[in-house]
Design a protein around this ligand. Structure first.
Ligand code: PMP
Length: 428
């Protein structure tokens, strides 16, 4: 494929935007080469500035669960835009999306809408600290909760891609309050709690990790965390920025039948516009300003265009009882197909999958935490990534990312992808 125009656009961008991108993983640093500039997208396909068509497995890192330029979303945004784009005052549609989200997600009474997943997680932790009166938090190595200071400690995703476990600029004081645990290791969490008695406000976790590739929780892990939280007056925060409205209507809480105390959302809830949210039961949410003492705010929070997109998306997901089943079936089909051709080509690999989240690790060992994820062969991944790109399939430009399946993918698209893997596998 030819990427002449993308290369030229990237060179221009680099002059005025740090690294040419507005979010680091877009830069292709982990895989080398020049990022693809998107011109437009429809359904399961991206069309780049050079006129190439790519089958999209990133889907804006999750939100395009029903495909790009999904008609009801586009229509809702266009209609709303004609009536004004921001007021900084209450609008009815904010209540409508909140009511719908509360009806879909178990165990929440109220939801506060923000502008990104970062804001959602940052605010959730502040709320947890304010509510419990404790300062420390536990996070898991390889989990990403946005770029707020407390979370940039072994945060997976872009940080792992670039080999910077922690970001300069985060003060020692802040880092000190973030305790780091191993994913899927209850004993490790228990030991941290014992060593920090009555100091831990919350445990924040991606209930299915998606930022070190896809890593599902092992049997009993989430329940174990729930029990530890109950025993020690710690709040359990599920970061469902990836899993929310994707794994099930009610996200990971529903899928695993575990109640979290605070749930964070992003991505799908905005239908592709900048939206995040955090939610909990009344007793916790009433601690937020203006009802309670924990401050959190936003000029563009509940923005009408973002609400229109999000409401159209959630309405569709709520109405289509089969969508999560279809997504799972498509992902399972892809899983089986890719495993078959990689096996036939003797490529050492592990595929992890939960629902419509899937990733391929180029290592034979079981991948259950950041250390095992990091063992994947990055050189193989780079060749794989560029081979897939040349074959017309766009996966995340990092071995530490998950593929997000969209319902817009047809079985022909999946077969096309599996055939591409087969071709590329011969070059690995
Ligand atoms: N939490 C998780 C689990 C995420 O995957 C992300 C983004 N990839 C975030 C939080 C941060 O969301 P945003 O990029 O919208 O700030």
């Amino acid at each position: 494929m030819i990427y002449k125009r993308s290369s030229a656009l990237f060179a221009e961008a680099e002059k005025v935007i740090p690294g040419g991108v507005n979010s680091p993983v877009r830069a292709f640093k982990g895989v080398g080469g020049t990022p693809i500039f998107v011109k437009e997208a429809k359904g399961a396909y991206l069309y780049d500035e050079d006129g190439n068509r790519l089958v999209d497995y990133i889907n804006s890192w999750g939100p395009m669960i029903l495909g790009h330029a999904f008609e009801p979303v586009v229509k809702a945004v266009v209609e709303k835009a004609k009536k004004g784009t921001s007021f900084g005052m209450p609008t009815e549609i904010e209540t409508q999306i909140a009511e719908l989200a509360v009806s879909m997600v178990p165990n929440i009474d109220k939801i506060r809408l923000v502008n990104s997943g970062t804001e959602a997680c940052m605010s959730a932790v502040r709320l947890a600290r304010g509510y419990t009166g404790k300062d420390k938090i536990i996070k898991f190595a390889g989990c990403y909760h946005g770029h707020s200071d407390s979370f940039l400690i072994q945060a997976g995703s872009g940080l792992s891609t670039f080999g910077v476990p922690n970001s300069p600029g985060v003060t020692k004081g802040t880092a000190q309050d973030t305790l780091l645990a191993r994913y899927n290791d209850l004993d490790n969490v228990r030991a941290l709690i014992e060593a920090n008695k009555n100091e831990i406000a919350c445990i924040i976790i991606e209930p299915v990790a998606g930022n070190m590739g896809c890593i599902p929780p092992v049997e009993g892990f989430l329940q174990g965390l729930r029990d530890l939280c109950d025993a020690h007056n710690i709040l359990l925060v599920f970061d469902e920025v990836m899993t929310g409205f994707r794994l099930a209507k009610g996200g990971a809480q529903e899928l695993f039948n575990i109640n979290a105390d605070i749930v964070c959302f992003g991505k799908v809830i905005g239908g592709g516009l900048p939206v995040g949210a955090f939610a909990a039961r009344n007793e916790i949410m009433n601690y937020l300003a203006p009802l309670g003492p924990v401050y959190q705010a936003g000029t563009l929070s509940g923005n009408p265009l973002a609400m229109a997109a999000g409401l159209a998306m959630l309405t569709e997901l709520n109405a289509d009882a089969e969508v999560f089943k279809r997504l799972e079936e498509k992902t399972a089909y892809l899983h089986v197909g890719i495993a078959k051709v990689l096996n036939e080509n003797n490529i050492l690999h592990t595929i992890n999958r939960t629902g419509s989240m899937i990733s391929v690790h180029f290592d034979g060992a079981t991948v259950i935490d950041f250390d095992t994820a990091a063992k994947g062969n990055n050189e193989t991944f780079k060749t794989f990534f560029h081979g897939m790109l040349n074959a017309g399939v766009y996966i995340a430009p990092s071995a530490f990312e998950t593929w997000f399946i969209t319902d817009a993918l047809s079985y022909e698209d999946l077969d096309f992808t599996i055939a591409a893997v087969n071709t590329v596998a011969k070059t690995l």
